[in-house]
Design a protein around this ligand. Structure first.
Ligand SMILES: Nc1ncnc2c1ncn2[C@@H]1O[C@H](COP(=O)(O)OP(=O)(O)OP(=O)(O)O)[C@@H](O)[C@H]1O
Ligand SMILES: [Mg+2]
Length: 442
């Protein structure tokens, strides 16, 4: 039987599995058959009843058994048609009810492909012709009888092929619409993602300018405060403990604020991405080895899954080194209590019709809650006691500087999976070192 029709059959099944008013109209016609002679032949009436029941149950049968259901329905219908023909004529082959075979033939055309339909039509024709065997024991078959029989059988096949063609065309149309709907949904999803990323870039740029302006304004008075505190501490060597302690606080806290300001400026400093063709896997290896060597928490294993024959990617090595370092560091920190595996995958891919390379950092730490997935890219968002919350915002800016994209998903093990995309073609305007952000006032 035509196995290629499996998918087709399931489509048809979905369409035909519920009862509808047309089934009941079909039953009315069967009742019409019941009131035509021979009326008192109860075998005939019972068979018609069984045919009606099969028609009604057909949807349920194929829904419950999507693969074998259509086969069962076909066997039942051919069997019932054959019984009906037997009980409606003195000789089965002469019965006027022979068109009842159209029922299984049309059913086959609806559920199966062209070869399946042909074979089932052949089976129905053979069942009908089987009445020739007992008839030929008593009668002869004249030429006109043979012609009539051939006509009937040929019409079976013609009907089967016409309905099957129409059904296949219908299914193709449905697939085309389904494909179109899927493409539209995918385009929509990509558009939403691109919008989200664009919003994030704008937000980071604005925040960068704001923090740069603020840091710049704080830096000068802070330098004066720290200088004065240092001088004051020197002058207070012989003074009482409390004065020395207070001067010490001014100095140490001043230094802390200075470190914070310097972090601000690191984040907000104009980003000069100067991409050069780079072997991304050796850059990753360097970063992963250095993070592993410095790591002092629980046992973390690094697994590398690099696709073969990767192209050179236009990357600014030192910026990307920092980005990969931040991501690897985060993954190690996420698994610091329990230990775990950081899987780094690199493969060639396309995103929004741009050819590029995708890097995935997946860990089996606690993962990132859905509602935090956009926020963690904002500066100063942290859940760590000693974190500053700048790591991912810097990564995000570096990826933007390469005209790439970054998103976070759930990894296969329920941890976090950061997915980075770097295009192979970088627009020409990035090559002259264009600052992404300008530090206000500088
Ligand atoms: N691999 C990860 N698994 C789970 N949560 C993560 C992961 N990476 C980042 N996060 C969450 O995102 C937050 C922000 O990360 P980000 O790197 O920006 O800052 P941080 O690591 O807290 O501080 P730092 O500035 O020192 O890097 C983290 O505090 C953490 O809650
Ligand atoms: Mg971090």
């Amino acid at each position: 039987m035509d196995t290629s029709s499996d998918g087709e059959a399931s489509l048809t099944i979905a369409r035909r599995s519920n009862l509808n008013w047309l089934d009941f109209v079909g039953l009315l016609f069967l009742i019409g058959l019941a009131v035509l002679p021979p009326i008192e032949e109860w075998h005939k009436q019972l068979t018609l009843l069984a045919i009606g029941a099969t028609q009604l149950a057909e949807g349920r049968i194929v829904r419950a058994l999507p693969r074998r259901g259509p086969w069962y329905v076909m066997l039942i219908k051919i069997g019932l048609a054959t019984i009906l023909v037997d009980h409606t004529g003195e000789l089965g082959i002469n019965s006027s009810y022979y068109p009842i075979y159209y029922l299984p033939i049309v059913t086959a055309a609806l559920y199966f492909g062209p070869w399946g339909t042909l074979l089932w039509t052949l089976a129905a024709s053979a069942a009908y012709c089987s009445y020739l065997v007992p008839a030929l024991e008593q009668y002869t078959l004249p030429l006109s009888g043979m012609t009539e029989l051939a006509l009937r059988i040929l019409f079976f096949f013609i009907m089967a092929m016409v309905v099957n063609r129409f059904t296949i065309e219908n299914r193709r149309q449905t697939w085309r619409y389904q494909e179109l709907a899927e493409t539209l949904a995918e385009t929509n999803r990509q558009l939403r993602q691109a919008q989200e990323e664009a919003r994030r870039s704008e937000r980071l740029a604005a925040l960068g300018q704001l923090s740069a302006g603020l840091a710049h304004e704080i830096r000068n008075p802070l330098a004066v405060i720290r200088g004065s505190a240092e001088t004051l501490s020197g002058k207070l060597q012989g003074a009482d403990d409390l004065s020395r302690e207070l001067a010490g606080y001014i100095l140490s806290e001043g230094n802390r604020v200075a470190a914070l300001v310097s972090n601000f400026l690191d984040f907000a400093r104009p980003l000069h991405a100067a991409p050069h063709p780079t072997e991304i896997t050796s850059l990753l290896d360097r970063v992963l080895n250095s993070v592993t060597e410095r790591w002092q928490g629980g046992p973390v294993r690094v697994e590398r899954q690099y696709a073969p024959n990767l192209p050179l990617v236009p990357l600014d090595e030192s910026l990307c080194e920092q980005a990969f370092l931040n991501l690897a560091q985060n993954a190690f920190e996420a698994m610091s209590n329990t230990g775990g595996v950081l899987t780094v995958e690199v493969r060639r891919t396309a995103s929004q019709e741009r050819d590029g390379v995708e890097v995935r950092f997946s860990d089996n730490g606690p993962g990132v809650a859905r509602e935090m997935r956009e926020q963690i890219f904002n500066p100063f968002v942290t859940t760590k006691k000693t974190g500053v919350g700048l790591g991912l915002s810097i990564v995000s800016r570096i990826v933007d500087g390469h005209h790439g994209a970054i998103r976070v998903e759930e990894s296969a093990t329920g941890g976090a999976c950061f997915v980075l995309f770097f295009p192979l073609e970088v627009p020409a305007e990035t090559h002259p070192e264009t600052p992404l952000l300008t530090e206000a006032g500088e």
